[in-house]
Design a protein around this ligand. Sequence first.
Ligand code: MSP
Length: 497
Amino acid sequence: MRKPFYVTTPIYYVNDKPHIGHAYTTILADVLARFKRDLEHDTFFLTGLDEHGQKVQEAAEKRDIDPQKHCDEMAPRFTRLWKRLHISNDDFIRTTEMRHKKIVQLILQRVMDNGDIYEAEYEGLYSVSEERFITEKEAESGEFRDIKKLKEKNYFFKMGKYQQRLIDHIKSNPKFIQPEHRKNEILGFLRKPLNDLCISRPKSRLNWGIELPFDNEYVTYVWFDALINYITAVGFGLSDNKFEKWWPASYHLIGKDILTTHAVYWPTMLFSAGIPLPLSIFAHGWWLMGDSKMSKSLGNVINPMDLIDDYGVDPVRYYLMREMVLGHDSNFTMESFIQRYNSDLANDFGNLLSRVTTLIKKNYDGVIPEPGELNDLDLVIKEKGIALSKLVYGLVDEMRLNDAIEEIMQFIRMVNKYMEENAPWKLVKEDKVAAGKILYIAGEALRLGAVLLSPIMPNRSATLLNTLNVQGKSLSWGGLEPGRRLKDHEPLFPRIK
Ligand code: MSP
């Protein structure tokens, strides 16, 4: 039995309108989950929504409706998009669900019983937009809006107590925070003393949250609530079997904007509650528009629905996975999208498919020819095809998805060159058997390429495999069956003009 694989995305703010940034993390998790399923790992893929907090309460007040109703009305904007993008999540968690609220209270009580929560009067600067107390220095940075002075009794989590244990854990588990430069960022942050964390909000100020189990005048700070989703969904406190199967998570995928909460708050919470830490937190970079972050206020947000409507789901998934070097920022431009589509998908991949199918239809009555005896040049392709899957899966394991895709495309380009050199369209007039062998090899290479690309482009890969009239997704050479008839297909990747 292979190791179970549990992957999560951040739970997105229900108030936000989903954009390409949200879509990116979710597609990334989907692609990893699909690769793992193809490798026959038991896989659990979680995404969901973060529904408590001030912004939701305010938005609901503005609309003069109940916050729960507001959330219920907003949530489908995400679920609809995930459906459109063929996201294969196994669960969808919303923090307003009863199953989650119970677990948050359970954890709070545990942490309290361990002596890690205390009450204190605190006076400080509070950022309404961030929904937390900020330091003088942060206030001066100019990055925070709506700052006011606040004096309040609140509950605090003894985060500082776990500082050294966290540092030790990060140092002895090199994969815990990825990539490397993010790990160093957190170790740098942990060089200064770690403050305790204010984990409550008085109901007089905010009531849209999970009530503290030990004081009904307070609700839980939204991040303390949200992070717990990762264990709620896999049965913590409910089903030991389920929880033991999936936890610790293989990957929490996040954007770099929420690294501290995941790499500092979350592990210290888990330490206190006596729960093992996730195996790896992977922070990717941002999609930028020009040189600035995509944001509603800048008005430069790409709506994934529009892109899908214009170019289809799979090309969008392909572009996002191919263009971003994981861990770094990437620039989204329509020019690069169109260029990538035309060169990789229309030219390299689409051309090979149409050449192979057209020639087989014209000269072999649409029936896949026999592979025959392979010479040295043919063997080069076959050997490369056999080695490819190991190479690709290895790169995926290292989270080098763009390189994994590039390897597949290089193989396809190599086969295109092989076709040109052998010119089966000429050869067929003299030696039908020899030309058939070349078409078989090219067809088999296409099949392998489609199998390996299927986590990234599930729909068009399936169409291609169906066109080649093959079942299953074998990675051994020879899955293409001579004697079977090709099926008709629409052009898979028509050129964008
Ligand atoms: N609700 C919190 C997360 C709680 S997780 C326990 C949150 N939500 S969010 O709606 O703001 O989503 C943030 C995430 O969306 C980022 O971490 C990232 O995964 C994704 N992205 C949002 N904008 C992005 C870009 N411009 N580029 C890439 N991904 C970005 O924070």
